[in-house]
Design a protein around this ligand. Sequence first.
Ligand code: ATP
Ligand code: MG
Length: 330
Amino acid sequence: RPRALSGIQPTAGSFHLGNYLGAVRQWVALQETHDAFYCVVDLHAITVEQDPKTLRQNTRVSAAQLLALGIDPDRSTLFVQSHVPEHAQLGWVMQCLTGFGEAGRMTQFKDKSARQTADHVGVGLFTYPILQAADILLYQAHHVPVGEDQRQHLELTRDLAQRFNTRYGKTFRVPEVYIVKDTAKIYDLQDPTAKMSKSVPAGVVELLEDPKRSAKKIRSAVTDTGREVVFDAAGKPGVSNLLTIYSALTGESIASLEAAYSGKGYGDLKKDLGEVFTEFVTPFQVKVREYLDDPGELDKVLARGAERAREVAAGTLRRAYERIGFLAPA
Ligand code: ATP
Ligand code: MG
């Protein structure tokens, strides 16, 4: 079985629709075909300031959401990044292989740092794609299911793997990005030209918020002038985004949705999508609450995952250290 690896940050309590449709849905599907490793990347979360109690709670809430969305800990290895110290260790090695200019070309850093004053932008925010490369390479992953915003970071990961292999001999598999085109980028409901994002909470639909609130956000989504419900990503980004979400949640094709809404208006589409979303999240929220009601059991699941992850990660790190020329401890 090929390996898959991906991670999600516990920076907000709740995942949003972009996280689910762009990434986690594919994680669930890949369990059928892959030996999958999925982690809550708490080391990445501290690239921006986190309150300790909230971070700890959000890490559990993130794991509970992954379980509720269908990650099966008996089939996949589900763990918390900081439980596997090899991530930070290989991360350092990868930092030493990365050019300063190369890291500086990461557009996500430019976007995220532009939203903060220079003193608040930590070096960790700058180097996090390099730690992410280590996350992936430790597991010799074939495929990395992510949203479109991660494509550039995956390119960096591939470059670093190749660079290490060239310099020290073949050690890492060069991974491939796994992006499902239709849902690769879900847009913010208030700004349908920007990606829906945990760190910009304007038009974000959160899976754990009151579905009434989500339905309201959907009803007040920014749409375009005109009235026809047709998919046109360039001309009608707002309506197209709603159609993408609708189609992904119901399995109905965009074409059949267009046909169903011909002669109706944006208001009908939004109202119905609010209901579709409510039907989707209501049972999900119940499950999340059940997992969180038993944090002891949840922590056990994560401990088992970390143990399995460490077996693989430690083996890879040991080989990498040896190739680099680190003296093995006697
Ligand atoms: P932040 O803005 O703080 O980086 P985020 O919303 O991007 O938060 P992450 O935890 O960084 O959340 O991303 C988890 C996964 O969700 C990644 O694979 C990412 O590509 C995917 N993802 C995030 N936002 C979207 C989106 N709007 N559409 C599709 N996929 C997305
Ligand atoms: Mg992100």
